[in-house]
Design a protein around this ligand. Structure first.
Ligand code: PMP
Length: 305
C-alpha cells in the first residue's frame, strides 16, 4: 500500500480509506438500512454519473433517507474522489466508483458518537478485470437457484439497498454447485428476474426480450443496451421471460456496470446458441464500445495473457 492508499469521502471529509470507520451502531451495518449506487470509468472517464446519482436519490426517496447533501454536490464529491484516486491507478485499469448513504446512527449511539443525520461515503476500487476476463472468451454459465427474488410487494427491486441477502443466498446456492457460475434468480411467479449485480436479456428470432422494470433493478447498462438496440432498429420487448424462453433462445447476455454486456454460454446447463458471443450480442457489444468510446472487451481479454 505505502503512499498509494486510496482516498474516500466520509461525512464531509476526504480521508485515506483506512480512516473510514463506521460506528457499529450505524443502521447501515445493523439492518442494511442504507442505499448505494455504483458506476465505473472507461479509460479513466466516468460513465453516466448523472444517471447513477439520479437513481441513488430515487433509492433515498423510497427509503425516506435524507443524505443532507444535494445531488449536484454528490456529483461534485464523486468527481473529486475520482480525481484524487485516478492519479494512483494503473493506466490500463479502471475504477468502480460508489456512493453509499446509510440512515445514520441509532439515537442510543449519540453519547459515544456525536454524528447526526446520514452516513455518507463515496469510494472507488479497481474493477476485477482479471477475475472476469474469461467470461468474454467462454461466456457466463448461468444457474437459477431455488431462492426467489424478493417480490416488489415486499421491497422494491428498483431500489439499490445495502441489503443484498436475498441475492447472496441465491449466489451461495449456485456457487456451491458450480463456483464459476452466476446466479440469476427467478421471481415468485417463476420468470427470470436478475442476479446479484446484473440484468438478463434473451434473443429469439432477432427480437430482444428482458424482464420488466417492475420486477428488477433498472440497470443503467440495461437502459444503455435497450437504447442502443432501438437505435439500431432492433425490437426490444420488456416482458416476463421464463426458463423455457431462455432454454430455447438463440442468444442470452447479461448487462451490468462492470460487464457492460457479456455473453451467456449456458442456462442451467442448457447450451445457448452455437457461438459465444452470438451475432446480436456481438453487434450490441460493438455499439456499446462505440458509445463509450472504449473497447472494454479488449480491456478484459488482455488480462488473459
Ligand atoms: N440488478 C441488481 C440487483 C444490481 O445490483 C445491479 C448492479 N447495479 C444490476 C441489476 C445492474 O445495474 P447496472 O447496469 O446499473 O450496474
Amino acid at each position: 500500500m505505502g503512499g498509494a492508499e486510496r482516498i474516500a469521502y466520509f461525512n464531509g471529509r476526504f480521508v485515506p480509506e483506512r480512516e473510514v470507520l463506521i460506528p457499529f451502531r450505524d443502521r447501515g451495518f445493523k439492518y442494511g438500512d442504507a442505499v448505494f449506487d455504483t458506476t465505473r470509468t472507461f479509460g479513466h472517464r466516468v460513465f453516466k454519473l448523472r444517471e447513477h446519482v439520479d437513481r441513488l436519490y430515487r433509492s433515498l426517496r423510497y427509503l425516506r433517507i435524507d443524505p443532507g447533501v444535494p445531488p449536484e454536490r454528490m456529483i461534485a464529491i464523486t468527481e473529486e474522489v475520482l480525481r484524487r484516486n485516478l492519479e494512483i491507478l494503473d493506466p490500463e485499469d479502471d475504477y468502480w466508483v460508489t456512493q453509499r448513504v446509510s440512515r445514520g446512527l441509532d439515537p442510543s449511539a449519540r453519547e459515544l458518537w456525536p454524528q447526526e443525520g446520514a452516513t455518507v461515503i463515496v469510494e472507488c476500487v479497481p474493477l476485477p478485470l482479471r477475475e472476469r476476463a474469461a467470461l468474454y472468451r467462454d461466456g457466463i454459465r448461468v444457474l437459477t437457484p431455488s431462492v426467489r427474488r424478493t417480490p416488489p410487494q415486499s421491497l422494491s427491486p428498483r431500489v439499490k439497498t445495502h441489503n443484498y441477502l436475498n441475492m447472496i443466498a441465491g449466489d451461495l446456492e449456485v456457487r456451491a454447485q458450480d463456483p464459476g457460475a452466476w446466479a440469476i434468480l427467478l421471481d415468485t411467479s417463476g420468470s427470470l428476474a436478475e442476479g446479484l449485480g446484473s440484468n438478463i436479456f434473451i434473443v429469439q428470432n432477432g427480437t430482444i426480450f428482458t424482464p420488466r422494470e417492475q420486477t428488477v433493478l433498472s440497470g443503467i447498462s440495461r437502459e444503455t443496451v435497450i437504447a442502443l438496440a432501438r437505435e439500431a432498429g432492433l425490437t426490444v420487448v420488456e416482458n416476463a421471460v421464463d426458463l423455457s424462453d431462455a432454454y430455447t433462445a438463440d442468444e442470452v447476455f447479461l448487462t451490468s456496470t462492470s460487464l457492460c454486456i457479456c455473453p451467456v454460454a449456458s442456462v442451467n446447463g442448457a447450451r445457448i446458441g452455437s457461438a459465444v458471443p452470438g451475432p446480436l450480442t456481438r453487434q450490441l457489444t460493438e455499439a456499446y464500445c462505440r458509445f463509450v468510446d472504449f473497447d472494454f472487451v479488449a480491456q478484459y481479454l488482455k488480462r488473459l495473457t
